[in-house]
Design a protein around this ligand. Structure first.
Ligand code: ADP
Ligand code: MG
Length: 503
């Protein structure tokens, strides 16, 4: 397989009054496990249900109720870990993280602080044009989501909706290896892509199924390299954590704002307080929510209701064996197998459904041409209609036939576009449509010659001009194409026009 070699992108630098500053970013991504049932109960995770319709006794923290681990959720976390080339911990354990919130009836969240199920891994974050950032994953742990307080339904009361309470989350913690706002968004995008390939998280950010806490600090050039050498965090600046971001655009805006805010403080001779902040998209700024809490504030302790989680290597191996081809591998294969550009391969592998569609179109055909048609014609047309690939009116089989007709010179590229539009709007078999509507390319040189002769006979003045200025041959080619309704083979027309004009 082709190895896409890459170089590391430069960190984002912000020029301050006292010199340059660099950004250092680490993300804690909360990904909702794609599972029909919750982490410790059989209640449904369906989105959009009536408030409190999906709540088991254990989710509502009824006295005496015991959590029971959902094996499927554990498998999804292992799958995600393997997809991020991470270490899988055969023994992990759940801890109680104690805090009070009206939407957390237990009074604690069950999480994994000391022994997470997944250890160190890494992600390659593609920044385009052979440039990529390697971001180390520190850990992934399983934990419960909280419910939702509703403050805007009644002027005097707040409500609570526990549908989300107890839904399984994977918290994916990165090392502070991200060096700019675009990289942060691209990192979230890459995690999302990998999890969608794996089927472990649907990545729906709007519904809050994928959200990130963004840690930002600034340092002087050279400091990050010292941190890398020693892994000593004292070389880095104090960080602030921006909570609960579920938009790529806002993640970038918040980082940019937060970095400049910290630089302002430092250049004024102040120091950054480690705190938790919220981003306000309307104002475009972050504001303090609370000072940073430490692990001891939560009085973490092993959850007495759950035994340590022991899994077997053979089970992990089974999951490994069942992993699909992942984005990096698929992209490299598309470049080497189909001879397409790295850029086209990125576009076609962005979503696993797009990649599958493309491979059906390209099956046994010209891969580069197929890529071109899927990206430019199909995606362009679907976008215009705001339609998803799974609802495409043109099937891979139909588009494949169109590509085949072009490759075999049965139709010209121009007619192919008309044919595509017919298939898109009316449906039908492309080969039959070409026959029935007489769209076949005219490769019969006799017919083309006759058309050329006619145009030459009708335009003696143009002929004289063309003899002095051979570029005018193009005009004759255009006329012939017009006369044949675009069906003449352009290559043949070019040759015949040149010959007849004696060019
Ligand atoms: P906590 O559990 O207190 O939030 P962690 O050590 O788990 O702290 O780190 C949380 C996140 O903050 C991680 O993604 C980590 O990479 C990131 N991080 C740690 N130090 C810095 C820093 N100086 N600048 C930016 N991000 C940082
Ligand atoms: Mg944290």
């Amino acid at each position: 397989m082709l190895d896409l070699t890459f170089e590391a992108p430069k960190p984002k630098v912000i020029a301050g009054a006292t010199g340059d500053w660099e950004l250092v970013i680490g993300l804690e991504v909360h990904a909702q496990v794609a599972s029909n049932a919750k982490l410790f109960s059989g209640a449904s995770t369906a989105f959009g249900a009536e408030p409190n319709a999906n709540v088991a006794f254990v989710d509502a923290a009824m006295p005496g109720m015991l959590p029971v681990i959902n094996e499927f959720c554990v498998a999804q976390a292992v799958r995600t870990g393997l997809g991020l080339k991470a270490e899988i911990n055969l023994t992990s354990a759940f801890d109680r993280k104690n805090y009070f919130y009206p939407d957390l009836p237990q009074g604690y969240q069950i999480s994994q602080l000391y022994h997470p199920i997944v250890g160190e891994g890494e992600v390659l974050v593609d920044m385009g044009a052979g440039v990529a950032r390697k971001v180390r994953i520190e850990r992934i742990h399983l934990e419960q989501d909280a419910g939702k307080s509703v403050h805007d339904m009644d002027p005097h009361m707040s409500f609570v909706d526990l549908n989300r309470t107890g839904v399984a989350l994977m918290e994916i913690v990165s090392r502070p290896d991200i060096r700019g706002p675009e990289e942060a968004a691209a990192y979230v995008g890459k995690l999302r892509q990998i999890m969608r390939y794996l089927g472990t998280c649907d990545g729906n950010m709007q519904n809050g199924n994928l959200r990130a806490d963004v840690n930002v600090s600034v340092c002087r050039p050279g400091d990050y390299e010292k941190y890398q050498e020693t892994q000593d965090f004292s070389h880095l600046g104090t960080r602030c954590e921006i909570k609960n971001m579920n938009s790529m655009r806002f993640i970038q805006q918040a980082i940019e704002y937060e970095a400049r805010r910290q630089i302002g403080i430092l250049e004024d001779g102040g120091s950054v307080d480690q705190e938790t902040r919220l981003y306000d998209p309307d104002k475009g700024e972050t504001r303090s929510m609370r000072s940073k809490e430490e692990a001891h504030d939560y009085r973490y302790f092993p959850c007495p209701d759950l035994l340590p989680l022991e899994i077997e290597q053979a089970w992990v191996d089974d999951i490994q064996a069942g992993l699909p081809e992942l984005p990096d591998a698929k992209k490299a294969r598309f470049v080497s197998d189909y001879g397409m550009t790295e850029y086209d391969a990125s576009v076609l592998t962005a979503e696993v459904e797009d990649a599958a569609y493309f491979e059906k179109v390209a099956d046994g055909r010209d891969g580069k041409l197929a890529a071109n048609w899927v990206i430019n014609e199909l995606f362009g047309r679907l976008k215009k209609d705001d339609t998803d690939i799974k609802d495409s009116p043109v099937s891979p089989d139909q588009l494949g036939k169109i590509v085949g007709l072009i490759s075999s010179d049965a139709i010209s590229g121009k007619i192919a576009k008309d044919l595509f539009e017919i298939v898109y709007t009316e449906g039908g078999d492309p080969e039959e449509i070409v026959e029935a509507r007489g769209m076949k390319q005219v490769t019969d040189t006799g017919a083309i010659e006759a058309a050329v002769d006619q145009i030459i006979a009708d335009n003696p003045a143009q002929v004289e001009k063309a003899k002095v200025n051979p570029k005018l041959a193009g005009w004759f080619v255009g006329q012939v194409m017009k006369a044949t309704g675009g069906k003449a083979n352009p290559k043949a027309v070019n040759e015949i026009v040149s010959a007849k004009l004696g060019l």
